[in-house]
Every structure is written in C-alpha cells, then in structure tokens.
Design a protein around this ligand. Structure first.
Ligand code: SAH
Length: 223
C-alpha cells in the first residue's frame, strides 16, 4: 500500500509516522507514505493556493489548479508501477463517514490512496468531479484542516494490512476483544479504596472470559 498526501503542511506528518507500528511497517516495506507540498505546484511568487469564494462569505477556498497539477504528478509516478489501483480521497466534515469497515475494504482493494487535505473553508468542488474523488469525514465535528483526518485514516487502514500488527490476532475485530482491560496488580488500592480486577478474568475459565468480553466489547463501536 502506498499513501500519497497532498498538503500545505507536510512537516506535520513526520513525527507521527516516524514512531511505533507505522514506522516499523514502513521499514518492513509493507507501506510507503509520501507527502507532497501543495505550494510546490503554484506558479506565482507568493505560492498562493487559495482565493476568495464565489458568492461571498468568509474563509478562502483552495484553488483547483495546484491540486490538479499535484495529483497529475502523483498519478504519473504511480503509473510507473504495475497493476495499480488508485483511490483519490478528499476530506470534508460533510463527507461519507470513515469507519473500520471502510478501512478494511480499501486496504484490500487499492494499491495507492491519494489523500487531499483541505484547509480554510475547503476545496473547490470541481476538484472532486475532475479527479472522481471520494469525500470522507472522520467525525461530526469541524477541524482546522485535513491533516489529522489523513493521519487517522492512514493509521486505521495500516492496521488492516497483513503483517503490520505482530499477529493476525492483534486485530480486535478478528477476535473477542474488550475495551475494559486489566493487568497487574489484581487489587489496586487508592485513597483507602480497593479497585479489583473482575473475578471472571482471574479465574481462567475461557468460555466465561469470552462471554464477559463479548458483553464489554469493542465491537459495538467499531463497524
Ligand atoms: N467550512 C467548512 C469546514 C472547513 S474545515 C464546512 O463547514 O464544511 C477545513 C478542512 O478541514 C476541510 O476542507 C477538511 O479537509 C478538513 N476537515 C475538517 N473537519 C473534518 C472532519 N470532521 N472530517 C474530515 N475532514 C475534516
């Protein structure tokens, strides 16, 4: 899987992807993450990427041309590889809700995903039409830009790629996982009160443990 991120803030991505599971996956050649500085695709000396909206109103709109030029360049690079399947995604708080099911589907279906991170008021609507892009939202709130959504989606999709997590089993959705988890000590005392691990988890009856976990499961919020 190759991720391509179009942004005016490429530096934002460096520290997150340089650590932990994603860094290991990149090192093991399970994925690549490339960022593209949108301002490199402008032709005026101020390297502007945005202008005033038609119809008036506050906030600037990201221009079509630099985005198209940038994606054309990425596409050229992708087409040098064999058997590619490309998805273009724009971020928009009003887009299709990004879910774990979607993460799983796209992780299997595509070789390259191009993410376009919006800023300001958003992206000129013609970009979506020209690039036949999908629009994804990561939740019912408005952020200042598409960079965090790109990181969120890359993270969730990466987890679904075979070999990224240590064992297949680590993928919560493939087993009975609970969001309520405990490790040593069995009893933790704080300000005179005892906080105990549920008995069923210490007793070792795996059938009962699975049942308990099902009732305290991650699954209900992940689909
Ligand atoms: N005024 C716009 C919001 C623009 S927010 C509106 O009301 O729709 C600026 C950019 O941040 C968006 O273009 C998008 O790329 C990103 N963004 C903000 N919130 C988001 C969310 N919940 N999901 C995905 N992208 C989001």
């Amino acid at each position: 899987m190759r991720f391509h991120v179009v942004t005016i803030f490429p530096n934002m991505f460096e520290s997150y992807f340089a650590e932990s599971i994603i860094a290991r996956a990149i090192k093991n050649k399970l994925l690549e993450i490339h960022t593209y500085a949108l301002r490199d695709f402008t032709f005026d000396k101020h390297r502007r990427v945005d202008g005033r909206p038609y119809g008036g109103g506050p906030g600037m709109v990201m221009w079509v041309d630099p985005l198209i030029k940038c994606v054309e360049k990425i596409d050229k690079k992708i087409q040098k590889k064999k058997n590619t399947k490309v998805l273009v995604v724009m971020f928009n708080p009003g887009g299709d809700m990004f879910t774990n099911t979607l993460a799983k589907t796209v992780s299997k279906k595509y070789t390259d995903i191009i993410f376009i991170c919006g800023r300001y008021e958003g992206i000129d609507a013609r970009v979506k039409k020209i690039l036949k892009a999908k629009e994804w939202s990561i939740g019912p709130y408005v952020l200042t830009g598409g960079e965090l959504p790109a990181m969120v989606c890359i993270d969730a999709i990466t987890r679904q790629i075979k070999g990224v997590l240590n064992t297949e089993d680590s993928i919560e959705e493939n087993r009975i996982a609970s969001h309520e988890i405990y490790a040593r000590p069995e009893v933790y005392e704080y300000k005179g009160k005892k906080y105990k691990v549920p008995k069923v988890l210490v007793e070792g009856n795996h059938k009962l443990i699975d049942e308990w976990r099902k009732n305290h499961s991650t699954g209900k919020n992940v689909s």
